[in-house]
Design a protein around this ligand. Structure first.
Ligand code: F6P
Length: 345
C-alpha cells in the first residue's frame, strides 16, 4: 500500500513522535510512505515528499511538525473533494493518515463519507476532542503554563502585584484549569461558564484581606465575562475568520487586568503566553502518547479499518469513530473546575 500522512491545524508538541510512529510501523508492514506537506493544502496542491526511515530519524524530541501545517478546509475549495480524490489517484495513494484537531479531523470524517480511505489521530493542545481522554500536546502546554506561573509568582510577590496570565483555549478551558491547578492560581476563568468582574475582584480582595499581597489569575482566551450592563464582552484580535470560521481571540487578559486594578486598587499586570504554549520539545508523556497513537494508526490502516481515530481511553489506545470524535467538543468537567475553586479567595 502507499499511504499519505499529513498534519493540519495549529501545530502541537508531539506531532513528530506521531509521524515517526506511523512511518516506522507502516514501513515494517511493508508499505510505502508519502508525506503530504501543509495539511489538506498539500493534497489539494500536490505537495508531496517520500518518507523513509531516515526522514523520521532524530525527530522524536522536536516540537512542531516536519510535514508543516496549515488551516485548509477542503470543503471550502470548489470541487475540493474531487481534487483530493484525483490527486490521491495520481499519486497512487491508497490511504491517508490525518493528524489534527476538530477541523482537520472534521474534514477527514467528511472525506471518509465520500469514500476516501482515511484514519485520524487526535491532536490539539486544547484537549477538547471527544472520544479520547487526552490529546498529545496538552501535557506539554500545561507544563509550560505551570512553569510560567511559577516564574510569575516570584515577581508578583516581590512587587505586591496581581498578575493575569492569558492562556490558550478557545472553547474549552482545559489548559487554564490544569495549568492553574498545577501553578497554584488564585482565580481561573474558563469558557465553560460566565464570570463577572465583580466576583473576580471580590475574590482577590478576600485573599488579600487574609494577609496575602499578591495574586495570580489565569484566564483562558475564550473565557466569558459579563460586564455590569449584563452584556457578554467579546475579545477579538480582529474581525477576520479562518477557513473553518474561527475568529482570532485576544485581549481578555489585558482588559481583565485593568478591571481588577480599578476594582481592587492592587497594581495589576497581564501576560499573554500565546504560541509559547505550542512551541518546543514535547514532554515524555506526549512523546509516549504520540508514539502509541502513531503506531496504532498504522495498524488501523494496515487492517483497512478506515473512518476511525486512534484514541486514548483509560490506559489503552483504541479505535474510536472519527464522527464521534468531531461531533461535540469535550469541555471542562465542572467537578474538576470545582476542585480549582477551593483555592480561590
Ligand atoms: O487550536 C489550537 C490553538 O492553539 C488555540 O488554542 C488557539 O486559539 C489557536 O490555536 C491559535 O491559532 P493560530 O496559531 O492560528 O494563531
Amino acid at each position: 500500500m502507499k499511504i499519505g500522512i499529513l498534519t493540519g491545524g495549529g501545530d502541537c508538541p508531539g506531532l513528530n513522535p506521531v509521524i515517526r510512529g506511523v512511518v516506522r510501523k507502516s514501513l515494517l508492514f511493508g508499505h510505502e510512505m508519502v508525506g503530504i506537506k501543509f495539511g489538506w493544502k498539500g493534497i489539494v496542491e500536490n505537495i508531496f515528499e517520500p518518507l523513509s526511515e531516515q526522514s523520521v530519524s532524530g525527530i522524536l524530541h522536536r516540537g512542531g511538525t516536519i510535514l508543516k501545517s496549515s488551516r485548509t478546509n477542503v470543503f471550502k475549495i470548489p470541487n475540493g473533494v474531487q481534487i483530493v480524490q484525483e490527486n490521491m489517484k495520481k499519486a497512487g495513494l491508497d490511504a491517508l493518515v490525518a493528524i489534527g484537531g476538530e477541523d482537520t479531523l472534521g474534514v477527514a470524517a467528511k472525506l471518509y463519507q465520500e469514500g476516501v480511505n482515511v484514519v485520524g489521530v487526535p491532536k490539539t493542545i486544547d484537549n477538547d476532542l471527544s472520544a479520547t481522554d487526552y490529546t498529545f500536546g496538552f501535557d506539554t502546554s500545561v507544563n509550560i503554563v505551570m512553569e510560567a506561573i511559577d516564574r510569575l509568582h516570584t515577581t508578583a510577590e516581590s512587587h505586591n502585584r496581581v498578575i493575569v496570565v492569558e492562556v490558550m483555549g478557545r472553547h474549552a478551558g482545559w489548559i487554564a484549569v490544569h495549568g492553574g491547578i498545577a501553578g497554584g492560581a488564585d482565580y481561573i476563568l474558563i469558557p465553560e461558564r460566565t464570570f463577572t468582574y465583580e466576583e473576580i475582584a471580590e475574590s482577590i480582595k478576600k485573599r488579600h484581606a487574609k494577609g496575602k499581597d499578591f495574586s495570580i489569575v489565569v484566564v483562558a482566551e475564550g473565557a466569558k465575562i459579563v460586564a455590569a450592563e449584563g452584556k457578554e464582552e467579546e475579545f477579538l484580535k480582529d474581525q477576520e475568520l479562518d477557513s473553518f470560521g474561527h475568529v482570532k481571540l485576544g485581549g481578555i487578559g489585558a482588559r481583565l487586568a485593568k478591571e481588577i486594578e480599578k476594582r481592587t486598587g492592587f497594581e495589576t499586570r497581564d501576560v499573554v503566553l500565546g504560541h509559547l504554549q505550542r512551541g518546543g520539545s514535547p514532554t515524555a508523556f506526549d512523546r509516549v502518547l504520540g508514539t502509541r497513537l502513531g503506531v496504532f494508526a498504522a495498524e488501523l490502516v494496515n487492517s483497512g479499518n478506515y473512518g476511525k481515530m486512534a484514541a486514548l481511553q483509560g490506559t489503552k489506545i483504541v479505535a474510536a469513530d472519527l464522527q464521534e470524535a468531531v461531533g461535540t467538543l469535550k469541555t471542562v468537567d465542572m467537578d474538576l473546575y470545582q476542585v480549582s475553586t477551593t483555592f480561590f479567595g
